[in-house]
Write a protein that binds this ligand. Structure first.
Ligand SMILES: Cc1cc2nc3c(=O)[nH]c(=O)nc-3n(C[C@H](O)[C@H](O)[C@H](O)COP(=O)(O)OP(=O)(O)OC[C@H]3O[C@@H](n4cnc5c(N)ncnc54)[C@H](O)[C@@H]3O)c2cc1C
Length: 419
């Protein structure tokens, strides 16, 4: 196997075992390249992981993660690691919404094909919208440069309030007004524009690690990859146009001739390790609230909430869960207050009464980079000026916001770039 330097690629050291690092490692191991994976924390998965919660006494995910049926890199990755069946969701792209301000409820029912005839049907489209309103989406097609969403399209009316604003807020984890029109256009181009069959909602079952992480580690182990946990990379040694060593607490790992490094750490770590690296430096929080109560019969798997503290309510077999994106101010609020706020919304949306069940609030303060035009412009490509070093991570220049699809794609790109 020829590497980018022209030498035979014998081994790749992947630093960081989030989804970007795992996807790079899997792509390389599948090609027969020897892989060494080092991870700072005690488990793999990074921002996309499950853990046993001592309060709820159940395994939960750090945050509710939604992927779409059209996420091609996600499904390729799952196919390779043998975990395609670990994503579940409805056969159709139906999505339920509840407006807490006036109690209105609606379900959108897009048709599967790319010709969006569902917008012609008042029973399928968003209440209060006309078919012609949906032409507004054309504003996000084509090159957007450094425009914000509010410079690309009008942000008013029922289509905006009842679909685009909640959808883009979730996809970009950034208040849509300041969001990058290019990133919004990329998301819409890969989902809404491709027809309902591309945006059937999918969640990991029984959890994120069981779908995305454990099968990948098993795949790597079966191919002889070495995986080391609790080993933060402290520094990289550069000589000429090569990386020659990775410093860890246990000593230096030599990067020999024909060996390469894929750095799949978060941007703030990568900037410390790579001289002169420009990378996103503004981040947005995501807050999740998990409640130990089985959903009532007939509860939709996911409900978009308008006008509440909760933005999305997920119904899992053993718990109800709330997600709030771009949750900056909320991340500073007390957990007890948040639990009561979220529970009030869940009770109103699902028609529940009764005491607050056992709960857990999880705050991820640097959940994703802020998907603004300024931050998007700081994203570096996978290739670096060092012949045997490539970058991966949802924050690299994938053309997508920080998502599972972007992270997995970035790992695959880095694996291709390095050899
Ligand atoms: C709460 C929450 C909800 C989300 N919801 C969604 C969603 O619904 N849909 C969606 O598509 N995406 C969602 N995302 C985004 C998604 O989780 C990320 O895009 C993806 O997990 C990023 O993967 P990554 O590998 O790029 O980064 P990370 O997961 O951050 O991986 C980096 C890894 O590097 C390790 N590391 C750090 N420093 C070092 C070091 N010095 N040496 C070695 N290892 C190191 C870290 O421990 C980590 O394991 C969500 C994120 C959060 C936090």
């Amino acid at each position: 196997m020829k590497g980018r330097e022209g030498s035979t690629l014998t081994r790749v050291h992947v630093v960081g075992a989030g989804l970007a690092g795992l996807s790079a490692a899997v792509a390389l191991a599948a090609r027969g390249v020897a892989v060494d994976l080092i991870e700072a924390s005690a488990q793999a998965g990074g921002r996309c992981r499950s853990y046993l919660d001592p309060v709820l006494e159940m395994t939960i995910d750090n945050g509710n993660h939604l992927v779409l049926s059209g996420n091609r890199a996600v499904f390729n990755y799952l196919r390779v690691i043998g975990a395609e069946d670990r994503l579940i969701g409805p056969d159709e792209a139906t999505l339920d919404f509840h407006d807490l301000r006036d109690g209105a409820r609606w379900t959108i029912r897009p048709n599967p094909g790319p010709l969006p005839w569902w917008v012609l049907s008042p029973r399928r489209r968003i209440p209060g919208t006309r078919a012609a309103d949906y032409l507004a989406l054309l504003a996000l097609t084509g090159p957007q440069g450094a425009r914000r969403i509010d410079q690309a399209m009008a942000r008013r009316g029922p289509l905006w309030e009842r679909l685009l604003e909640p959808f883009l807020l979730a996809a970009l984890n950034t208040e849509p007004r300041s969001g990058s029109a290019a990133l919004a256009g990329a998301v819409i181009g890969e989902s809404l524009a491709r027809g309902g069959k591309a945006y059937r909602p999918r969640v990991a079952h029984p959890g994120l690690s069981a779908a995305f992480v454990d099968p990948a580690l098993a795949f790597l182990a079966a191919r002889g990859a070495r995986v080391r946990f609790g080993q933060p990379a402290r520094a990289l040694t550069f000589e000429g146009d090569r990386v020659t060593a990775i410093a860890t607490a246990e000593g230096d790992i030599a990067v020999g001739d024909g060996e390469a490094v894929i750095l799949a750490t978060p941007p703030w770590i990568s900037r410390e390790l790579v001289p002169g690296l420009e990378a996103p430096d503004a981040f947005n929080a995501i807050v999740n609230g998990h409640f130990k109560l089985a959903p009532p019969t007939g509860a939709p798997p996911i409900v978009g909430v308008i006008g509440g503290a909760a933005q999305w309510i997920f119904a899992f077999p053993d718990r109800l869960s709330v997600t709030v994106s771009d949750a900056g101010a909320m991340a500073d609020q007390g957990r007890d207050d948040l639990a009561h706020l979220f529970w009030g919304d869940i009770a109103a949306v699902l028609g529940l009464s009764g005491p607050l069940p056992p709960w857990r609030i999880v705050k991820e303060r640097r959940a994703t980079f802020a998907a603004t035009p300024e931050q998007n412009a700081k994203r570096p490509p996978a290739a670096t000026r060092w012949g045997n070093l490539a970058l991966a991570g949802d924050w690299t220049a994938t053309g997508l916001p920080a998502t599972i699809e972007g992270a997995i794609r970035s790992g695959q790109t880095a694996a291709a770039v390095i050899g």
